[in-house]
Write a protein that binds this ligand. Structure first.
Ligand code: A3D
Length: 315
């Protein structure tokens, strides 16, 4: 199994580390900045005898090294600068992701794409349109991270292990994400029996603000340890054909009453990628929240199409 990680910044380099040190796959790391991916790959390779693994990690600036990849993780992008609107960021990152998708797809046409660059659900749409791949092979990572944050905050509140908190955060990655409280449990015990509505709402709010809370503390840059762990978990599920059920952004084709929009929903992750979308019965208010979230993503996608046109070849 060979994984190309595009973007050797915080998320990309940490992903690469987890993938090789977790003995999941060999990695090719690539970045537009001269020497960055090569240097980080060299450093990570030299840790192998100490950590104890025999995975290969190399890095470079070109896409020839990505040839034959089974999975491509795209983390490349620009951070939001002061004075930059969400739309400005969308225009910059969607363009970066489109050109990367084209270049990697040319040398790794059989790969499964995992997109991480924000705004996540829009960039996932962009990669799918540029490559023309079926939705099973293009997915966005966000739901696993948002879910991990929710599980962590619940565990802290209850004084229990986060591993026993079973939950899913669906919808778009952002303010409209939808933590599914109707199915959230502590080892099978509904969370609604263990926490009051106010306590759950506070946890939901902290989950929504999860990324911003880290940004506030770091001052420069955003979260990367948990995001990279979530990506590595997705790659591991694909590599070992684990058939994990995980919230992942994929294009909906009628499921949940939604169509032609990439959104976080439960999918089975295996060797075929996002093999199947699982439709879970949701109470009306959660389904409505999912539809609201889908509208917000669709509006951002429309904004991108207004800026860049409808022909992916020109993006
Ligand atoms: P950062 O540390 O800035 O790394 C980004 C890297 O991308 C830098 O090394 C750049 O040189 C590189 N890059 C820029 N343009 C190109 C290009 N055209 N080709 C190749 N490499 C390029 O950022 P980061 O690693 O913290 O975050 C990366 C992206 O992931 C950002 O868009 C974040 O918003 C996003 N992110 C998403 C989540 C989700 O849950 C969806 C979580 C964390 C980060």
């Amino acid at each position: 199994m060979k994984v190309t990680v595009v973007g050797a910044g915080n998320v990309g380099a940490t992903c690469a580390q987890r993938i090789v040190e977790g003995d999941i796959a060999d990695v090719y790391l690539v970045d537009v900045v001269e020497g960055l991916a090569e240097g980080k790959a060299l450093d990570l390779a030299q840790a192998a005898p100490i950590v104890g693994h025999s995975r290969r990690i190399t890095g470079g600036q070109d896409y020839e090294g990505a040839a034959g990849s089974d999975v491509v993780v795209i983390t490349a992008g620009k951070p939001r600068q002061p004075g930059m609107s969400r739309e400005d960021l969308l225009a910059v990152n969607a363009k970066i992701v489109a050109s990367i998708a084209r270049e990697v797809f040319a040398v790794a046409p059989d790969a499964i794409f995992v997109v991480v660059t924000n705004p996540l659900d829009v960039t996932t749409h962009v990669v799918q349109r540029v490559t023309g791949l079926p939705r099973t092979r293009v997915m966005g990572m966000a739901g696993l991270l948002d879910t991990a944050r929710f599980r962590t905050f619940v565990a802290w509140r209850l004084g229990c292990s986060a591993e026993d908190v079973s939950a899913m955060v669906l919808g778009g990655h952002g303010d409209t994400m939808v933590p599914i409280l109707s199915h959230a449990t502590l080892s099978g015990v509904p969370l609604t029996q263990l926490l009051s509505a106010e306590e759950l709402e506070a946890i939901v709010q902290r989950t929504r603000d999860g990324g911003a809370e880290v940004v506030r503390l770091l001052k420069t840059g955003s979260a990367y340890y948990a995001p990279a762990a979530a990506v590595a978990e997705m790659v591991a599920a694909i590599a070992a054909d684990e058939k994990r059920l995980a919230p992942v952004s994929v294009e909906l084709q009628g499921e949940y009453g939604l169509k032609d929009v990439c959104l976080g929903v439960p999918v089975i992750l295996g060797a075929g990628g996002a093999e199947r979308v699982v439709e879970v019965a949701l109470p009306d208010h959660e389904l409505e929240a999912l539809h609201r979230s889908a509208r917000a993503v669709a509006e951002a996608v429309e904004a991108w199409h207004r800026m860049a046109g409808d022909d992916p070849a020109a993006w």
